[in-house]
Write a protein that binds this ligand. Structure first.
Ligand code: 0FX
Length: 252
């Protein structure tokens, strides 16, 4: 059986390759692609067994070639013509139907809706189809979006390890989400990053906001000072670990 795997995420690509080394996948031919728009992957990975693809230009070919398309963090929207003709399954870094769309954990830190991982059948709407498997991920007060995302990625791999063979065999009962939930787009994240210095909030709200937009390696939240300089902001949180291990200050 031939299965198409579409991913723009290096960690998930590498972990997925490990999962399918198991002999229970010997009968499956997984073929790997990344998005045409993914310039980094083009320079880093472009080769015969990992190629770029623009889905909307290849629908007929994909429909006749594959029984299943797996989306493991993909930068392109799946065209309706594709999801309506072939089984497409998405591994989404959020707990559907809450905070569907852009960077779910960022919004969950602020609005307190659940976050986690959802594996679902794809339909025409974003992060919307029937749910095959899902798992919540806890968010602790000392975590930024970065730490939560790392846990989400780990959970994605755990869920794939458990459910991949059944997904391949179409051996599951997918369940309709309880509601439409809510959705955040890229523009909502961009808006979130603009700090309004005059907004009145509690310290808790301010800390929650800052940890939501703090992600190692990215400059997200910013404001402008009086001279028009743009200033980026992030927060560092540190959990006091083992209190018994803390060195005591010498007493005089
Ligand atoms: O793999 P992924 O989580 O994103 C991919 C696709 O690029 C994305 O379009 C799709 N919606 C998603 C399901 O799969 O990697 P990422 O690097 O785009 O984002 C990972 C995290 O990085 C995100 O949760 C928050 C953080 N981030 C990312 C960007 C681009 C930021 O904090 N700021 C940013 O500007």
């Amino acid at each position: 059986m031939k299965i198409m795997v579409l991913t723009d995420n290096e960690f998930i690509y590498n972990e997925f390759k490990e999962i399918i080394k198991d002999k229970k996948y010997n009968d499956i031919n997984f073929e790997f692609f990344f998005s045409e728009s993914n310039k980094l992957f083009k320079t880093k990975f472009m080769r015969d067994d990992f190629k770029s693809i623009d889905l909307k230009c290849r629908i007929n070919e994909l429909v006749s070639n594959y029984k299943l398309v797996l989306s493991l963090h993909c930068k392109q929207m799946f065209p309706s013509d594709l999801v309506n003709q072939i089984r497409c399954v998405n591994v989404h870094p959020g707990f559907n139907p809450y905070n569907r769309g852009w960077f779910p954990q960022v919004f969950s830190i602020i609005n307190k809706l659940p976050t986690g991982v959802t594996i679902h059948e794809m339909d025409e709407e974003l992060d919307h189809g029937n749910i095959i498997a899902q798992k919540k991920v806890d968010i602790f007060q000392w975590e930024t979006a970065y730490e939560v995302y790392k846990k989400i990625q780990y959970t994605e791999i755990q869920l794939l390890k458990i459910h991949l063979r059944d997904i391949v065999d179409n051996n599951y009962k997918a369940i309709q989400p309880l509601s439409e939930g809510n959705i955040n787009k890229e523009k909502d994240f961009n808006k979130l990053c603009e700090i309004n210095l005059n907004k009145l909030v509690t310290f808790k709200e301010a800390i929650d906001y800052l940890r939501a937009v703090s992600f190692s390696g990215y400059k997200n939240a910013y404001f402008y000072d009086e001279s028009g300089e743009k200033i980026f902001v992030e927060i560092k949180l540190e959990l006091e670990k083992d209190k018994n291990n803390v060195k005591q200050c010498p007493t005089k």
